[in-house]
Design a protein around this ligand. Structure first.
Ligand SMILES: C[S@@+](CC[C@H](N)C(=O)[O-])C[C@H]1O[C@@H](n2cnc3c(N)ncnc32)[C@H](O)[C@@H]1O
Length: 219
């Protein structure tokens, strides 16, 4: 091939590649706008249950997923996946889709989640009734649980009941991971029976948030 033809072929490939990148970027941007709109609608319909006006940022989702060890066997439970930003981060972390068990209250989000994560188990139901909602869905103790539930809208007693129910479904020492915009622990530490760790505040999120990790005491 002559130098000129080679250069033209290279230019054609570059142009086609750029068109493809532009198309994908536009689709990604559109999907993000769609998710923001879906989320805002959900918040307008039910502010206390939705708990936020927009999906979590990539930075916050990545921070949550960083506390999951993908090499540990067992399902990974996600409570309140919404449009799936934390789900994406879990998959990027190395948790395969078929290990994910997602519990979401909002039926419209469930339709979306089923399309986005066809190999995951998606349960439309109440995460606070964890044992009942999961019924016989777990074939092994869970390796981790990641929650985006708006916990502060529920009384302390109910939050602690959720934590204890979760520990009973997980392998010993497995983390219960929860984000919050608040300055204090969503699980009252005075209740005892568990260790807690809090991340530095993730500023790249609106509003900025912290991630709490709870593990059952093993003694
Ligand atoms: C703050 S949003 C977080 C959504 C998503 N994980 C994110 O980070 O963008 C809380 C989500 O929990 C869901 N939710 C609230 N209460 C729930 C419940 N009792 N059971 C299951 N899902 C619930 C809401 O529908 C919403 O999708």
């Amino acid at each position: 091939m002559s130098g000129l033809r080679q250069q033209k072929a290279f230019e054609d490939i570059r142009r086609t590649g750029k068109k493809l990148v532009d198309k994908i970027s536009a689709e990604v941007k559109q999907a993000k706008i769609d998710d923001d709109a879906r989320f805002l609608k959900s918040w307008l319909d039910n502010p206390l249950k939705t708990g936020a006006v927009s999906p979590s940022s990539k930075a916050l989702a990545k921070k949550m997923a960083s506390y999951v060890d993908p090499s540990l066997a067992g399902p990974v439970i996600e409570l309140g996946p919404g449009t799936g930003p934390v789900t994406d981060a879990l998959i990027a972390r190395g948790v395969t889709e078929d290990r994910l068990v997602l519990i979401e209250f909002n039926p419209e989000f469930c339709v979306l989640l089923k399309k986005r994560y066809p190999r995951a188990t998606i349960i439309e139901g109440d995460a606070y009734a964890l044992g009942r909602t999961l019924k016989d869905q777990l074939e092994a103790p869970a390796a981790a649980l990641v929650s985006s539930l708006p916990l502060f809208t529920r009384p302390e007693k109910l939050r602690l009941a959720l934590l204890r129910e979760a520990f009973a479904l997980m392998r010993p020492g497995a983390p219960f991971i929860q984000f919050t915009y608040a300055a204090v622990s969503p699980m009252p530490k005075k209740a005892g029976g568990f260790d807690s760790h809090v991340s530095p505040r993730v500023w790249l999120n609106l509003p900025p948030a912290c991630v709490w990790v709870y593990r059952q005491n093993q003694s």
